[in-house]
Write a protein that binds this ligand. Structure first.
Ligand code: DX5
Ligand code: ZN
Length: 217
């Protein structure tokens, strides 16, 4: 199966975000990956619901809002109303009750994604799989674009797929961080269904070719 491609706009030109979203959408992307950081869960701060809302008119592709924030349950409604189609929350984030957060995302009409950082064992996600529509395996420690891919996370993909199969669930696995023309092949042969890629896509002079290279990896 060819993986889907989700350009991460963290690496885009923030002064022209709408044009950047349009550009990768027309270049063949499957999703738009939007990195939301709060300066608490991760050291960096990026953008929030008003910016996502303002980008909604620039693409028909599904928006994946990757929330690297503490207490995501407080913001589910705002991210849903901003036009997010998939809302990903971290298993490591402080929150009242992760099951409640995942349920709230679905009740808000979005798909619920569960993100797992490199040091976190994937088995910790198993008890939530009945409430998730996507699993995000982080291949860098979140906070910044342009970091090096961590191949040691790859076995997590097979482990979670095995558990999903055991439960009769069909849930795609996204991988995020350090994906480029070289590392994409390792990620897709390990079973990743969606490749998030920021630097590689947005720094490419041939965006169509970069997206195609990821899909054919
Ligand atoms: C990392 C973000 C990633 C990142 C990917 O905190 O979640 O989505 O922007 O960027 P690259 O592809 O540059 O590693
Ligand atoms: Zn991300």
């Amino acid at each position: 199966m060819m993986p889907k491609v989700a350009p991460s706009i963290l690496a885009a030109d923030f002064a022209r975000l709408g044009d950047e979203v349009r550009r990768v959408s027309e270049a063949g992307a499957d999703y738009i990956h939007i990195d939301v950081m709060d300066g608490v869960f991760v050291p960096n701060i990026t953008l929030g619901p008003p910016v996502i809302k303002s980008l909604r008119g620039s693409s028909k592709l599904p928006f994946i809002s990757h929330l690297m924030i503490s207490h995501p349950e407080r913001h589910v409604a705002a991210f849903a109303e901003s036009g997010s189609d998939i809302i990903e929350v971290h298993i490591e984030a402080d929150q009242d009750d992760l099951r409640g957060t995942l349920r709230a995302i679905r009740e808000a009409g979005c798909k619920a994604g569960l993100a797992v950082n490199p040091p976190t064992p994937i088995e910790r996600a198993f008890e939530y799989l009945d409430l998730v529509d996507l699993v995000l395996v982080m291949s860098v420690n979140p906070g910044f674009g342009g970091q090096s891919f961590m191949p040691e996370v790859l076995p997590k993909i097979a482990l979670v797929k095995e558990e999903l199969t055991k439960r009769g669930l069909e849930v795609p696995i996204e991988i995020d961080g350090g994906i480029n023309g070289k590392t994409a092949a390792a990620a897709s042969s390990a079973g990743a269904d969606i490749l998030a890629a920021g630097t590689y896509v947005f720094s490419s002079e041939d965006v169509v070719g970069a997206i195609r290279a990821l899909r054919n990896s």
